[in-house]
Write a protein that binds this ligand. Structure first.
Ligand code: 13P
Ligand code: SF4
Length: 317
């Protein structure tokens, strides 16, 4: 038995002993994605966490994801293999900043991306993820102002799709996705004129892709702005022989599994999230052995955040 097989056996044995379900985000290391009971995007994993009958959830992802699972299931034990796995996007707005922004727009509906802290969610009316952000905003009566935070690129995507002028957007960003830039995308796309472009809406290059399509530099039907989960559906449907992927590089693992005949290439192969990669095989093993790191959200904050997260998992089902 080689080391990897021994590791996998031990992870499975400990997970069973703890009555734990292991969830992994699409950006996790391939070995973590393979050992998990479920792999998916933020929305799919939130739904699975809410419906799971296991008494423990081991969340292989970043802290706000594990926190969201705890908000939905306060009676379950929620573990993250390394509590230091944060998110630069979630750090781009605090609860105090959101309270101040709300005070400037009385009566506005607050829509927060799930990439936020529990404190921000507690100040939010409806949370969303990249797969249902457009549906969430479209569900709000036209005459109400909307405050959308924290991601400016996802906000711009929602504004384009809904045509909504009363959508105010916070200027936050994810350092990984913002770093996948327009000139890089244009260069890759012109070198592979036959490739589809799968672009995550958090990317700085999403606007450039639409601009390239508008200018006729890229065929408009080749440009697809998709959440990580929707990229997998699109991979199974596309007729293209190659796809340029603009998101965190962990995504390539599931895409290649879903459509082995397609040549998937990263637009920027340095787009790796160091927080996601803190969940190493050794960290997962330690987590299951020691029951650490446990994620806690104080009762009052969780109670206030729960309604906005529940709305998120209901919309776009
Ligand atoms: P999705 O899986 O919802 O597309 O989210 C991407 C992301 O950046 C999570 O951190
Ligand atoms: Fe946060 Fe960006 Fe990492 Fe996703 S990729 S967890 S948004 S820092």
């Amino acid at each position: 038995v080689d080391a990897d097989a021994a590791w996998a056996d031990e992870v499975r044995r400990l997970a069973e002993r703890r009555d734990a379900v292991v969830l992994a985000h699409n950006y996790q290391l391939p070995e973590i994605q393979e050992i998990a009971h479920h792999t998916g995007d933020s929305l799919a994993l939130s739904r699975i966490a809410a419906e799971s009958e296991a008494s423990t959830i081991v969340f292989c992802g970043v802290h706000f994801m594990a926190e969201t699972a705890k908000i939905l299931s306060p009676d379950k034990t929620v573990l993250i293999p390394d509590a230091r796995a944060g998110c630069s996007l979630a750090d781009s707005i605090t609860g105090a900043q959101l309270r101040e922004w709300k005070a400037q727009h009385p009566g506005a509906v607050v829509v927060s991306y799930v990439n936020t802290t529990a404190e921000v969610k507690a100040e939010t009316d409806i949370c969303c993820t990249s797969s249902n952000a457009v549906d969430v905003v479209a569900s709000i009566p036209e005459d109400r102002d909307v405050l959308f935070c924290p991601d400016q690129f996802l906000g711009a995507h929602v504004k384009r799709e809904t045509g909504r002028q009363n959508l105010h957007i916070w200027a936050g960003e994810c350092h990984v996705h913002a770093g996948i830039n327009g000139p890089e995308l244009a260069e890759r796309a012109s070198a592979s004129p036959e490739a589809d472009l799968f672009i995550h809406p958090e990317c700085g290059c999403a606007t450039s892709a639409l601009y390239l399509a508008g200018e006729g530099a890229v065929a408009p039907e080749r440009v697809k702005i998709l959440s990580t989960g929707d990229m997998l559906h699109a991979a199974k449907e596309t007729k293209a022989a190659s796809v340029l992927v603009a998101t965190e590089v962990g995504m390539l693992h599931q895409l290649r599994k879903a459509a082995p005949d397609i040549d998937f290439r990263a637009v920027n192969d340095r787009a790796s999230c160091r927080y996601m990669k803190m969940i190493t095989p050794a960290a997962l093993l330690r987590s299951l052995r020691e029951g650490a790191d446990e994620v806690e959200v104080d009762e009052e904050t969780a109670a206030r955040a729960r309604a906005s997260v529940r709305r998120m998992i209901e919309i776009g089902k």
